[in-house]
Design a protein around this ligand. Sequence first.
Ligand code: SAM
Length: 243
Amino acid sequence: MTQEQWTAVDRYFTDLLVPPDPALDRALQTSAAAGLPPHNVSPNQGKLLLLLAQIQGARSILEIGTLGGYSTIWLARALPSDGRLITLEANPKHAEVARTNIAHTNIAHASLSDIVDLRLGQALSTLPQIAAEGHGPFDLIFIDADKPNNPEYFAWALQLSHRGSLIVADNVVRNGAVIDSASDDPSTNCLPLSRASVPRQSRPWVAKDTTGLRSRSSPPTNNPKMILDPQCCVSFPQSMEVK
Ligand SMILES: C[S@@+](CC[C@H](N)C(=O)[O-])C[C@H]1O[C@@H](n2cnc3c(N)ncnc32)[C@H](O)[C@@H]1O
């Protein structure tokens, strides 16, 4: 399929499955008006995140990379009123716009601000603080910040997850560089199966794509599953023992 066909199909499913939403549309408009880069997930990816969080029955979510809060709003809407979402953002301007967008979004007559905790700072500084404060393990972790730090974020995600947590990492395939062993792009090491301190027997089963779900080998029983997708990688560390 050509890029144009992918785009047309994407638009078809968005029109079909993601109706206009005042809060989300407003978040995109205010983010654009404030000059934030359009690096948010797409509407149908946002809906996928919502569905994943709902299917997961998530009560606690960690997001690395807030931007204007677009994906934050999608994810937070999956939470119950006593749920908690911590989102990490390094850029003060992005954080300010996100706080406004989140404050203007309600669920069940309460502001999302009541369940979203936005931490300003470099994620590699705020992640240890979160751990030291006793937050986690989280039911769902969404990694969507600076790609070169993805190996560290993935390691933190493992540390802050529990058996059955869901880890979603955006933009991992990098135009195919993820399978290019000669690539020196650090962002392609975002899921360092060969580098993280994950025992070989506990490493996720990896499907090469989400269309045919072809695998390198049969999925080992009970092992976690990881799906590599052009935009999104989903890992289910069902039985991952990190230590
Ligand atoms: C791709 S955007 C996030 C998009 C957002 N998840 C969404 O879909 O709406 C990445 C964000 O990560 C932030 N970021 C980049 N490096 C960071 C770091 N070291 N720590 C925390 N946030 C960082 C950027 O400022 C940017 O706002």
